[in-house]
Design a protein around this ligand. Structure first.
Ligand SMILES: *[C@@H]1O[C@H](CO)[C@@H](O)[C@H](O)[C@H]1NC(C)=O
Ligand SMILES: *[C@@H]1O[C@H](CO)[C@@H](O)[C@H](O)[C@H]1NC(C)=O
Ligand SMILES: *[C@@H]1O[C@H](CO)[C@@H](O)[C@H](O)[C@H]1NC(C)=O
Ligand SMILES: *[C@@H]1O[C@H](CO)[C@@H](O)[C@H](O)[C@H]1NC(C)=O
Ligand SMILES: *[C@@H]1O[C@H](CO)[C@@H](O)[C@H](O)[C@H]1NC(C)=O
Ligand SMILES: *[C@@H]1O[C@H](CO)[C@@H](O)[C@H](O)[C@H]1NC(C)=O
Length: 319
């Protein structure tokens, strides 16, 4: 007659965590950009029902909030964000290897450099292709030899991306080839960032398909920034439908897992309102019904610069 016994309540919580996500074969992931002042928002993405199967946080190690969730429920994907200093440093490799070998964490995919063709000022890792190639050979090739899948670096959505990647692959191949034994650096999937409209996104994906044929794709950051709500929602629906339909899209993660008042992609692109409630896009992304909550409700919206995306603090580098 009173409340549910405690142990039973705990079991219910555990069971709801272990139940498969509503969309069993979801490709959806979380670009995790937690804000220390609103850490309570972090649970929303992993509470059922959810479609979130994986996440990354621009770092080699998992976030404390999620680190006890098994990989089979929420796969953590480590990222080698930028150039180690000095270049010869292998702390990324050491961290990931220790997770696999000492902690028994089933790491099966890793992401490489974040916007290496973009400047630090706009959140890029600003790397020379030759430096990136050396860091790749030192840190990622040994993981590939252990069977870990690795994504090609995620360039900006600009025209510098594909040329940068070609230079990178040339430099990388030079490092591992000898005169009598030419070799190429290999990768398991192409990684894409896009900010702009749906037609631009589809065309950008087409350019990558042509440049790197027969590779699957992960779209690890995308959004149509700084638009009115109807335009943003239409873009969200079109792109999600497109990614879900295309077999060569393995995974995708919408850049918007933050409150609208701190969004650097405009308030309407955020999945949380000013008070941390799911917006329609946030709810749809998790496979839930629309909430009808206006992204800018509950407090006044403070505008942020339109560009800059997510900038990793210095401490998040792989040093
Ligand atoms: C985190 O949230 C606080 C409070 O809303 C805000 O002042 C700050 O700019 C946010 N930080 C980032 C990196 O968005
Ligand atoms: C690790 O994850 C992969 C990919 O999901 C899966 O195929 C494999 O069975 C898992 N290995 C273990 C030991 O759980
Ligand atoms: C390396 O890749 C280039 C470009 O795709 C290709 O032309 C070349 O045959 C490859 N070399 C080897 C050794 O696989
Ligand atoms: C891509 O895969 C298709 C089908 O497997 C094959 O016919 C084609 O030659 C491949 N293209 C390249 C460039 O490897
Ligand atoms: C987006 O999709 C949702 C649910 O699938 C639907 O309810 C909504 O009307 C759509 N909105 C737009 C603008 O296409
Ligand atoms: C946040 O604001 C929305 C819309 O005004 C409201 O429905 C919701 O109850 C609020 N949530 C919290 C936690 O204050």
């Amino acid at each position: 007659m009173s409340s549910i016994p405690r142990t039973f309540a705990r079991l219910l919580v555990a069971a709801s965590f272990l139940r498969p996500a509503s969309a069993a074969n979801s490709k959806r992931g979380l670009v995790f950009t937690p804000n220390e002042s609103t850490r309570k928002d972090d649970q929303i993405w992993v509470e059922t029902p959810t479609t979130i199967k994986w996440y990354y946080n621009y770092q080699p190690g998992p976030d404390p909030t999620y680190k006890d969730i098994p990989q089979s429920q929420l796969e953590f994907v480590p990222m080698l964000w930028g150039a180690p200093d000095p270049t010869s440093k292998t702390s990324f490799l050491d961290t990931v290897r220790a997770m696999i070998e000492d902690q028994g964490v089933n790491i099966t995919n890793v992401l490489s450099f974040n916007e290496p063709d973009g400047s630090f000022a706009y959140g890029g890792s600003d790397m020379e292709p030759s430096v990136a190639a050396q860091a790749w050979v030192n840190n990622l090739v040994p993981l590939q030899e252990m069977g870990v899948r690795v994504g090609l670096p995620a360039c900006t959505g600009g025209t510098s991306g594909i040329p940068w990647l070609r230079n990178f692959l040339d430099e990388c191949s030079k490092l591992i080839s000898t005169s009598d034994s030419p070799r190429n650096c290999t990768y398991d999937f192409v990684t894409i960032h896009w900010y702009g409209n749906f037609e631009g996104l589809a065309s950008h994906m087409g350019e990558y398909s042509a440049a790197f044929p027969n590779k699957t794709m992960w779209i690890t950051e995308y959004n149509l920034n700084d638009q009115d709500l109807a335009t943003t929602q239409t873009f969200y629906n079109q792109s999600a439908e497109y990614f879900d339909r295309l077999d060569f899209v393995e995974r995708y993660s919408y850049f918007g897992a933050f409150r609208s008042d701190v969004s650097n992609v405009g308030p309407n692109a955020a999945m949380l309102s000013n008070n941390g409630s799911l917006t329609d896009i946030g709810a749809w992304y998790l496979g839930r019904p629309a909430t009808g909550i206006d992204p800018t409700s509950s407090s006044s919206f403070r505008s942020m610069p339109p560009i800059g995306r997510f900038q990793v603090p210095e401490t998040c580098n792989t040093e």
